[in-house]
Design a protein around this ligand. Sequence first.
Ligand SMILES: NC(=O)c1ccc[n+]([C@@H]2O[C@H](COP(=O)([O-])OP(=O)(O)OC[C@H]3O[C@@H](n4cnc5c(N)ncnc54)[C@H](OP(=O)(O)O)[C@@H]3O)[C@@H](O)[C@H]2O)c1
Length: 209
Amino acid sequence: MNIGIVGSGNVGSTLGKAWARRGHKILFSYSRDPKKLESLATLAGPNTRAGSPAEAVQFGEVILFAPPWPSVDHALKAAGPLSGKILIDCTNPLKQDLGGLEIGHTTSAAEEIAKKTPGARIVKAFNMTGAENMASPHFGAEQATMFICGDDAAAKTAVARLTQELGFEAVDAGPLQAARLLEPLAMLWIHLAYAQKMGSGIGFKLLRR
Ligand SMILES: NC(=O)c1ccc[n+]([C@@H]2O[C@H](COP(=O)([O-])OP(=O)(O)OC[C@H]3O[C@@H](n4cnc5c(N)ncnc54)[C@H](OP(=O)(O)O)[C@@H]3O)[C@@H](O)[C@H]2O)c1
């Protein structure tokens, strides 16, 4: 699958490299330093290359959207129209001091991004664990759960497959509105990892009876 990455930092670079190792074609984009993207693509191997956000959108059947929250509007403008594309939204609307979310309860980053990207098939995913766990979500014999949500069933199936290829157990949390629950879950992960000093080697697991 061709995957365009808009935001090639901790999350975008980790996921892009991991998918490239599994045979997907990756275009890394969105940095203040284009040389950084070129080096990333060189290190990540022959399945990857660097380009602009608009090129990433043109290239990708799936777009991984992973800019910091304050850069979302800027990144969307650089990306251009996203109609028809599967857009994986990894963002969390974090306050600058990481002490909470800027929006929540009555909306979510995913829903706000959806309003700005008419026709995009948005799936919230990869927001509730640290980037360091995304390429290796096995904890001993356990697989971390990746909750996903969105309003387009086929897009969710495609994104679930991409999470499963990395080793996550994908769990469909329902419509995009469920991002109102998944974004605070990221806040819980941040709180446990840093304020509670558990470290970043933690993940969530859904248990069933
Ligand atoms: N880090 C995590 O563990 C984690 C986990 C789950 C979800 N998330 C969410 O995922 C998103 C990305 O997080 P991250 O940690 O990967 O962020 P990051 O490492 O800061 O990466 C952000 C990317 O966006 C680019 N960027 C930012 N502002 C830009 C601008 N004005 N112009 C051009 N490029 C710009 C950065 O480029 P340069 O810095 O190279 O210029 C970089 O490629 C955030 O919304 C975060 O809340 C993060």
